[in-house]
Write a protein that binds this ligand. Structure first.
Ligand code: ATR
Length: 298
C-alpha cells in the first residue's frame, strides 16, 4: 500500500519506498523521452520507481500485455501503433478512453489494468494556451490513429467549430474517425489522401492544423508545404523528435505559429504521472528534463 504525504507545495515528499516499474510500449520507441521525463519526476519526489521502454511490434501486443500482467507492472504508456488495439487487452476503460476508443496510459489498479487517455489533455492544453475562441474556425487533422481520435474527442468539447477536415492513407481508419467526430457533434469531413491540390487549398484556410501521424519521425517531408499554410494559422506537430519537423519548418516559413510536439508529451505525461502516483506532477522538473535534451526551442 502507498503511504505518501505531500507538502502543500508538493516539493518535499515522504515517499513510498516500495519499488514499482513503469514502461512505455510501442514501435518505434527508441526515440521516446518518456523514460527520461518520468524518471526525473520519480527521482525528484524520492520515489523508488523506474520507467523503461520496450519495443513491441504490431503482432506482439497481446502477449506483451500478458507479460506485463505476469510481472505486475505498475503501469505503462502505449504509443504508435498500439493506441487503438490496446483497448482490447485492458480490463476497463476510463470514460474518455472509451469515448476515444484509444488508450495511451494503463494503470495497474490492484491487478486490474485500467486504460486511460491522457493524450486528449496533452493535445488540448497547448492548443488552449494559444486559442480561446473556436467559433467559426476550420481545422485540419493529418492522420486517423489513436492520437487523431484523441484530438477529435478534445475538439468536440469546444463550441462553434465550423469544420474538422481529416486526411489519412488508410480509408477505413479515416471513416471511423469521421464517424467518431460526427457522433460527438463535429462537422467532420474526410479528405482524399492523394488529392494534393484540394488538401493544399483546405489547409490554407484552416486556422489550426494538427499532425497526428508518425510522418516526420524519420525526417520525412510533410504532406503539407509552406504554401499551404496561412500565416495566421497554428500548426501543431505531435512528433517531438526531431523537435522541429519538416511540417514545423514549413509553418515557420509561412510565418504561422507552431506548437512543438514536446508540449503534448509533457502534458500527457503530467496526467499519466498523476494517475499512477496519485500525486501532483512536478511539472517544472519534467519540463527541465526534456528541455535539457532539446535546448530551448525557437
Ligand atoms: P496509434 O493509433 O498508436 O497512434 P497508428 O494507428 O499506427 O498508431 O497511427 C499512426 C498514424 O500515422 C496513422 O494515421 C497512419 O496512417 P495509416 O492509418 O494510413 O497507416 C499514419 N502514418 C504512419 N506512417 C505514415 C506514412 N508513411 N504516411 C502517411 N501516414 C502515415
Amino acid at each position: 500500500m502507498s503511504n505518501i504525504s505531500v507538502d502543500t507545495s508538493n516539493q518535499r515528499v515522504a515517499a513510498d519506498k516500495s519499488s514499482k516499474t513503469f514502461c512505455i510500449i510501442g514501435d518505434p520507441v527508441e526515440h521516446s523521452l518518456s523514460p527520461l521525463m518520468h524518471n526525473a519526476a520519480f527521482k525528484y519526489l524520492n520515489l523508488n520507481y523506474s520507467y523503461i521502454a520496450f519495443k513491441v511490434k504490431v503482432n506482439e501486443l497481446k502477449e506483451s500485455v500478458e507479460s506485463l500482467r505476469n510481472i505486475n507492472a505498475a503501469g505503462f504508456n502505449v504509443t504508435i501503433p498500439h493506441k487503438v488495439e490496446i483497448t482490447r487487452y485492458v480490463d476497463r476503460l476510463s470514460d474518455e478512453a472509451s469515448l476515444a476508443g484509444a488508450v495511451n496510459t494503463v494503470s495497474n489498479e490492484n491487478g486490474i489494468f485500467v486504460g486511460y487517455n491522457t493524450d486528449i489533455y496533452g493535445l488540448m492544453a497547448p492548443i488552449e494556451e494559444r486559442l480561446s475562441d473556436f467559433d467559426g474556425i476550420e481545422i485540419l487533422i493529418l492522420g486517423a490513429g489513436g492520437a487523431s481520435r484523441a484530438a477529435v474527442v478534445g475538439l468536440s468539447k469546444k463550441k462553434g467549430i465550423k469544420s474538422v477536415f481529416v486526411v489519412n492513407r488508410d480509408e477505413e481508419k479515416l471513416s471511423k474517425v469521421i464517424e467518431l467526430g460526427s457522433t460527438l457533434g463535429l462537422n467532420c469531413i474526410p479528405m482524399e489522401y492523394s488529392d494534393h491540390k484540394k488538401l493544399s487549398q483546405i489547409s490554407s484556410q484552416c486556422k489550426l492544423i494538427i499532425n497526428t501521424t508518425s510522418v516526420g519521425l524519420k525526417n520525412e517531408k510533410s504532406l503539407l508545404s509552406s504554401e499551404s499554410i496561412h500565416n495566421e494559422s497554428i500548426v501543431f506537430d505531435i512528433i517531438y523528435k526531431p523537435i522541429t519537423t519538416d511540417l514545423l519548418e514549413c509553418a515557420k516559413s509561412a510565418h504561422a505559429r507552431v506548437i512543438f510536439g514536446y508540449e503534448m508529451l509533457l502534458n500527457q505525461g503530467y496526467k499519466s504521472f498523476e494517475i499512477w502516483t496519485g500525486m501532483k506532477a512536478p511539472r517544472e522538473v519534467m519540463r527541465k528534463a526534456l528541455l535539457g535534451i532539446f535546448g530551448e526551442p525557437t
